[in-house]
Design a protein around this ligand. Structure first.
Ligand code: CO
Length: 451
């Protein structure tokens, strides 16, 4: 077995998991040349929350951040995470927006695009795969890992064959909830390596306390790349620590041969940065191991959101009831993986089912649209009974949802007008309309003030 490759996630998932994605570009830039010496296979630096937070809270242009990172990272591949047809947002975008977005991201320096669909519906990934291939970047297709009676090993192996024939350059097991147990990881990785020659990467979270063990078993089974985060931005709800894994494997056949000095310098730098967040975004809860996530198979973030919701509804006493309702709603709806946006939607429906005292008495629009087929195809078709209960006699679409959308670019252009100065501005607006608009207005005011 060959040297293990490491994808460093601190600049995307790491700070997203621990400090609500608040690292600023100014905090990131000084350490990049050091990180570039570490010998990582890639650095994940861009995704939905990083993009949104730049505009919404940091008053930063996310495209500018990407350009600056690229200018300082000469040797290491840069990686981003995209939600397929949802790109970095929460709904399906027209193909022309997907195309322009990916082209711009790749032009600005993204080498690897990891794409996933919340329902593992390959139709929602096809356009992205086509564009990433055409633009010459590396297309990594991720399976949204979940556990259910229909999400068997065969299901995942079939999905991987679909990814491969659609044009994937590598495969990722994306375990957003941190529920992939060590021996299951071993078995899954072994089985995947038997059906495909494509490189395989494992992405998991420490939430439930098993991630380091799962990584090690996956490494023994031959996984090619694993995701880790530099220690100050690791553990808790984030990824396992980079240095600890590098030292664990030192002088073994899978030694990733990272530059330990460079890792230590990077860690020292981020330790000082993290001090600033101690009393602000940094919440002790994100560091507490939550093995219950293995029992309920509910991601840690969703658990704490539900807790807050129930409190605000003055219904904390019904929290356990809601926890029991989540798997039932999930079963009714064809066992969708609990990843954005499905986790929020399933959570909301479970809360309504419990609070109103009658199941599906109150149904959010998003759930109706899901049942209408607007998010794609679930792993198993919904029963006629549930479909009827939720949307009555309305028809369920069977085409790829984005086929129902016309081109979007000209329309967005008309809406935002002169506030958008570039195509990249326009794409920011398409993804986060109000947030981008506010950002453009502030930028305009600043220019007027300083001229
Ligand atoms: Co993640």
């Amino acid at each position: 077995m060959s040297r293990l490759k490491i994808a460093e996630t601190s600049l995307r998932d790491g700070h997203q998991s621990l400090i609500a994605t608040r690292l600023t570009t100014d905090e990131i830039l000084p350490i990049l040349s050091e990180m570039d010496k570490a010998g990582y296979y890639s650095m994940e630096v861009w995704g939905g929350a990083t993009f949104d937070t730049c505009l919404r809270y940091l008053n930063e242009d996310p495209w500018e951040r990407l350009r600056k990172i690229r200018a300082n990272v000469k040797n290491t591949k840069l990686q981003m995470l995209s939600r397929g047809q949802n790109i970095l947002g929460y709904k399906n975008y027209p193909d022309d927006i997907v195309e322009r977005f990916l082209k711009n991201a790749i032009y600005e320096g993204i080498d690897i695009v990891r794409i996933f669909d919340a329902l593992n519906d390959i139709r929602n990934l096809k356009k992205s795969i086509e564009i990433i291939n055409k633009e010459g970047a590396h297309c990594q297709c991720a399976i949204s890992y979940t556990i259910s009676p229909v999400h068997t090993k065969e299901y995942y192996l079939n999905l991987i064959k679909e990814f491969e024939s659609a044009g994937a350059d590598s495969i990722c097991i994306k375990d957003m909830s941190g529920i992939l147990l060590p021996y299951q990881a071993y078995d899954l990785v072994k089985s995947i390596k038997e059906v495909t020659k494509l490189p395989l990467e494992l992405h998991t979270h420490c939430t439930s306390g098993v991630a380091e063990m799962s990584l090690l078993k996956a490494i023994e089974a031959g996984v090619d790349i694993v995701d880790t985060a530099i220690s100050p931005l690791s553990s808790g709800t984030s990824q396992p620590a980079t240095e600890s894994l590098a030292l664990t494997l030192k002088d073994s056949p899978r030694d990733p041969k990272l530059n330990i000095d460079s890792l230590n310098n990077t860690a020292d730098y981020f330790k000082s940065i993290m001090k600033k967040y101690e009393e602000k975004e940094f919440n002790i809860k994100v560091l507490m191991t939550e093995p219950k996530t293995l029992l309920y198979q509910i991601p840690g973030g969703m658990l704490s959101n539900l807790l807050v919701q129930m409190k605000s509804l003055n219904a904390s006493d019904k929290f356990e009831e809601v926890l029991a309702e989540v798997p039932k709603v999930r079963e009714d709806l064809g066992f969708p993986p609990l990843v954005t946006p499905m986790s929020q939607m399933i959570g909301a429906q479970a809360v309504f089912n419990v609070i109103s005292g009658e199941r599906y008495k109150i149904i959010p629009t998003e759930i109706k649209n899901y049942v209408r087929g607007m998010y794609g195809r679930p792993a198993v078709p919904l029963s006629d009974e549930i479909t009827k209960l939720i949307i009555g006699d309305e028809e369920v679409i069977t085409v790829r949802p984005a086929d129902l959308l016309g081109d979007g670019y000209e329309e967005f252009k008309e809406q935002i007008g002169h506030l958008a100065q570039t195509e990249q501005d326009l794409l920011s607006y398409a993804l986060f309309p109000q947030v981008a608009k506010d950002f453009f207005e502030k930028r305009k005011q600043n220019v007027t003030l300083h001229s």
